[in-house]
Design a protein around this ligand. Structure first.
Ligand SMILES: [Zn+2]
Length: 327
């Protein structure tokens, strides 16, 4: 601890003495300052970086990551960052680029900089890449593809690998430490993924309605089928006629579950649930999206746990057999 304190003190002295000394290179034994756009990346960076990093997420887990208020303090954070990790695919288009410009930090600003990590560049299975030109008439469609890839837990692994690779290059002295942490993270996550897949297996092909087109990575992985959306088009609020049609088609298709991120308004979804007899889940979709969810694994424990127990209650298949057994 003492060494760190001394280095911090010296860094401070150097910073006052000459800005150029401070900016020439990060001290190898000082902590790497990581700023992330969303808390999922912060949680993963903490697991990979351990005590060699300080991590801060700009967006909170209960906020809609499409729309985050660009606070002045965020500019300060980005100005001091060694590494920026963000989602890409235009998820943060409304708020992050302006903050990066304001921060005037060449270590993180340019896409080619070592400290600039667009995590979507590590994702191989980007879904829903538009084939036709994108304009506002089709709603809030992201031209690079659906950006909500972190809702497929398998995508946590390439992102963690990407963060580890940056840290290893930025702080080679601690390379084996980052490498080891990445291996532990990946093996734990792989084990959990197979557990979640076992829990989800009985519900393969079950139809669900979602609020925003945010769940495709999750539903594809989980083996669920999306049968409609509360939003008529991405980012467009539901109209009464859309809701009436949705109710009709849900009854026809016997949809038993509606899922929504917990930052969306609940009124319409719960009304539709009431009318159709489907269950409605308002779910956390980001780390820290609810108390007690502090890691990427805990996020999926919550989502998979709630989805499977709602489906057990609603689809009857599992419930029936349990009841029969009891009788
Ligand atoms: Zn979106």
């Amino acid at each position: 601890m003492k060494i760190y304190t001394n280095i911090r003190f010296l860094t401070l002295v150097f910073a006052f003495a000459s800005i150029s000394i401070f900016s020439e290179g990060r001290d190898a034994s000082a902590e790497v300052k990581i700023v992330t756009s969303i808390p999922d990346f912060a949680a993963i960076a903490k697991e990979i970086g351990g005590d060699k990093v300080v991590v801060e997420s700009l967006a909170k887990g209960y906020q809609d990551p499409h729309f985050v208020d660009a606070k002045p303090i965020f500019i300060t954070r980005l100005n001091q960052a060694d590494l920026l990790v963000y989602n890409g695919l235009d998820l943060e288009i409304g708020w992050l680029p302006i903050l990066i410009t304001g921060a005037r930090n060449s270590d993180i600003a340019a896409p080619a900089a070592l400290g600039h990590y667009n995590a979507s560049t590590s994702i191989k299975n980007v879904l829903e890449i538009p084939t036709a030109p994108v304009d506002r008439s089709i709603g809030d469609v992201h031209p690079g593809g659906n950006p909500h890839y972190m809702l497929d837990p398998r995508n946590g692994i390439p992102v963690a690998r990407g963060i580890a690779a940056r840290l290893i290059r930025m702080d080679p002295e601690n390379a084996s430490y980052y490498e080891e942490n990445f291996k532990n993270f990946a093996s734990t996550l792989r084990l959990k993924i197979s557990e979640w897949e076992t829990e989800l297996k009985p519900f393969k092909g079950t139809k669900v309605v979602t609020y925003h087109k945010m769940w495709i990575y999750f539903t594809k992985w989980a083996g669920l089928t999306e049968a409609g959306y509360i939003e008529p088009k991405p980012g467009i609020p539901p109209s009464p006629s859309h809701v009436a049609n949705l109710i009709k088609s849900m009854e026809k298709l016997q949809v038993k579950l509606i899922i929504a991120a917990n930052f969306y308004p609940e009124k319409t979804a719960s009304l539709v649930a009431e009318k159709t007899g489907a269950a409605f889940l308002s779910l956390p979709v980001l780390v820290e999206g609810r108390d007690g969810i502090n890691t990427y694994t805990e996020l999926f424990d919550a989502i998979v746990g709630e989805v499977t127990s709602a489906l057990k209650d609603k689809t009857g298949s599992v419930k029936d057999s349990v009841y029969r057994h009891k009788e």
